[in-house]
Design a binder for this molecule. Structure first.
Ligand code: F6R
Length: 244
């Protein structure tokens, strides 16, 4: 529990930077799983600062993003491909072929194959070393809505109405919020060697409590992380307010 979102984000950035540097010293790659949304914005700002001011290089970093709306063009204002370029990739020295964000333009009949390839690519990269997560008000991680299986893989899913409402601010109006998304599965997330879920603000306190102190159930996808051997919730005091 940190005093603010900024302090929590700095702690996560320090952990990521330490692993990147450790791997660099051993001439090895570092594989990160990344999230979008409002939660990781401070984290990416801090990573960019570490690159610009403290010489942290991303040359040995490979990244896989959790999700993307479907369908969506990669340069659309709300696209997570665009978000990642604007908040991180365009500002650090990560080689272009090293970052992966699900493609929202894949033809529908190719999606299944595309998703299988996405999971395979993660495995071929050696698996995710650190997976960054946010949490939805309904407990979703990635876009794994309640009911998602603990063994689920990357796939096309239908967004919950509550998720579409929560994200409507990004779009001109509700009817333009996509109904579908491609998301890494819970099984894909559970395979990460370390998971860091971040949550900031009082609007996250109830779902943080249910995820940490409630039963581990697929009705609250983040609560399934109780079954992960190396997972930490990094939260601010407001998000921690309902913990007993
Ligand atoms: C985004 C993602 C989602 C968000 C969640 C919280 O890539 O995977 O699970 O982390 O919807 O969103 P914010 O951070 O906007 O509150």
């Amino acid at each position: 529990i940190h005093s603010s979102a900024k302090e929590g984000s700095k702690a996560v950035a320090q952990e990521i930077a330490a692993l990147i540097r450790e791997r660099q010293a051993a001439n090895q790659k570092c594989v990160l799983g990344l999230a979008t949304g409002s939660t990781p914005k401070f984290l990416y700002a801090e990573l960019v600062r570490l690159h610009k001011e403290e010489g942290l290089s991303f040359k040995n970093v490979i990244t896989f993003n959790l999700d993307e709306y479907y369908p969506i063009e990669p340069d659309a204002l709300q696209s997570y491909n665009r978000f990642m370029k604007e908040h991180l990739f365009n500002h650090v020295d990560i080689p272009e072929g090293n970052y992966n964000v699900p493609d929202g333009t894949i033809q529908k009949d190719q999606i299944k194959k595309y998703c299988e390839q996405y999971d395979r690519k993660i495995e071929e990269a050696g698996g995710i070393d650190i997976q960054i997560l946010g949490i939805g008000n309904n407990g979703h991680i990635g876009f794994n809505e309640p009911g998602s299986n603990i063994n689920s893989h990357t796939r096309l899913i239908t967004l919950d109405n509550s998720t579409r409402l929560a994200n409507a601010y990004e779009f001109p109006n509700m009817s333009q919020v996509p109904r579908l998304a491609i998301t890494m599965g819970i099984g894909s997330i559970m395979k990460a060697k370390r998971v860091l879920l971040m949550a900031w603000g009082s609007h996250k306190s109830k779902i943080v409590r249910r995820s940490v102190e409630g039963q581990s159930t697929d009705q609250v996808p983040a609560s399934l992380l109780q079954q992960h051997a190396n997972c930490k919730f990094v939260i601010d005091e407001q998000a921690a307010a309902d913990l007993t």
